[in-house]
Design a protein around this ligand. Sequence first.
Ligand SMILES: Cc1cc2nc3c(=O)[nH]c(=O)nc-3n(C[C@H](O)[C@H](O)[C@H](O)COP(=O)(O)O)c2cc1C
Length: 271
Amino acid sequence: MERSIEVNRERCVHCGLCVGDCGAKCLAFDEEKFPTLITGGGRGCMGCQHCMAICPAGAISVGGVDPDGLPAAVCADPDELLGMIRSRRSVRAYKEEDVSAEKLEKIREMLHYPPTGGNLDNLHFTIIGTREKMDGLRRATYGGLSTVTEDSPLFGMKDFLEESWSAGRDIIYAGAPAMIMAAVSETMFAPNCDIVDPIIALSYFELFASSLGLGTLWDDCAYMAAKAIPEVCDMLRIPEGYRPAFALVFGEPETRYRRAAQKDAHSITML
Ligand SMILES: Cc1cc2nc3c(=O)[nH]c(=O)nc-3n(C[C@H](O)[C@H](O)[C@H](O)COP(=O)(O)O)c2cc1C
């Protein structure tokens, strides 16, 4: 996001909400009580657009974005959302069909919105969107298992995975027609956020995918394969300077769960 703001002086009502809500504290009133970026034209601005979002008059534009063109902020029904969270399950059986182009497009749109530390554009997503391409990945993965070395956690599972594959079972990708691999920049990240940012994005993806009727599976095996087998990693076309962070496979589910989950309780301390 370009770090420049424009203030429509005819619309500004001088309420100061933008100045008060600026997360980077880089907005202040000028002598005429219009918001302006403090010294150096954007020093510290994260491009988060809070000023644009909070303005009751639509007087602020960040990076040339038209505030009137943005959708109104909405809130989901909490019971419905909790129901979705409880109903989400790991899906390990998928229909043959590919995920539709419309659903893939919606997923692509969604992926830009999960938060990142410092509001950085530090993530890359590879989406394998067809069964044909997934089959290529499956062949490269199972073909490459023999080259996996002892330093990979996949090493101890090699025989089991190979035997299952020979028997027609794809344990690694659960026979899914699609996969998303999140990767994170090795140089552009706020402290600790290289671990957290990709997982936040994938968690949003998981819930959004279930709203589209898709099944998903957090896939440690796929992640391990990408790290242990260079050919698999190459096929994912992760840009230079990024490293794989985690993967989910997804697709139209073959299974349908009729009841939501009743999970064992985590311990929670209420203070
Ligand atoms: C980080 C993570 C990695 C996982 N990796 C795998 C995997 O490689 N293969 C698999 O079959 N399931 C995997 N799972 C699915 C878990 O086994 C599953 O979440 C758990 O059994 C509970 O089932 P549920 O997700 O349907 O509630 C993974 C789950 C998480 C959260």
